[in-house]
Design a protein around this ligand. Structure first.
Ligand SMILES: [Zn+2]
Length: 205
């Protein structure tokens, strides 16, 4: 088994978990791991598949712009259209894994706070890698676009190394970490934080 197939097995298992959470509905969302840094290479899930039913072969090796590289086990596979943003995030942040899901809470939170979602004084912030007190965390929100270069440039303009997440308005969320586990733990905690924010606002808290 190649290193790419091994990564594919792990990515398929992670995608199945996110699907079970209801965060990868239809064929939405995509996950990646960094395969090399010089030059940057990512292994990303394929486009257009049910993310609950991926196999280890449903991944593609792409360059930093999200374009499939010629020499790989499954060159016929089509990478996710959003692979280009994964590349920009991995390049800027140094992350080893990037996850993108279409969870509802981030999109609702961005609808209320289109310039950034502010979080503070919540224990769960620790799970996002920040302090539970005396810390103000602003999750950046950028407008949606079908042009990955536009999304990448807007992301880069507002990038902060201490905030490993990005909400794309009316679309979904990106979270990253050293590996897929850290990225998932951060996403799980951040989704809770965003859900709390929405529900607290609705209740006038
Ligand atoms: Zn998406």
């Amino acid at each position: 088994m190649t290193a790419i197939d091994l990564a594919g097995r792990v990515l398929a298992a992670e995608a199945a978990r996110y699907t079970a959470m209801g965060w990868m509905r239809g064929t939405s969302g995509n996950l990646s791991v960094v395969a090399g840094r010089d030059p940057l290479r990512l292994i990303v899930t394929v486009s257009g598949r049910d993310k609950g039913e991926l196999s280890e072969q449903d991944v593609v090796l792409v360059d930093e712009e999200g374009v499939a590289v010629p020499d790989q086990p499954h060159p016929e596979q089509v990478p996710s259209a959003e692979a280009g943003l994964h590349g920009r995030i991995a390049a800027a942040s140094g992350a080893g894994a990037v996850v993108h899901v279409h969870a509802l809470a981030p999109v609702l939170a961005a609808e209320r706070s289109p310039t950034g979602v502010v979080l503070r004084d919540l224990e769960m912030l620790k799970g996002f890698g920040r302090a539970a007190h005396d810390d103000v965390v602003t999750i950046p929100v950028i407008p949606n676009s079908q042009d990955m270069k536009v999304l990448g440039d807007t992301f880069a303009a507002g990038f902060r190394p201490d905030t490993p997440a990005l909400i794309v308005a009316r679309h979904g969320i990106y979270v990253w970490g050293d590996d897929l586990h850290q990225a998932r733990h951060r996403l799980e905690c951040l989704e809770w934080l965003l859900r709390f924010t929405i529900e607290a606002q609705e209740r006038g808290a």
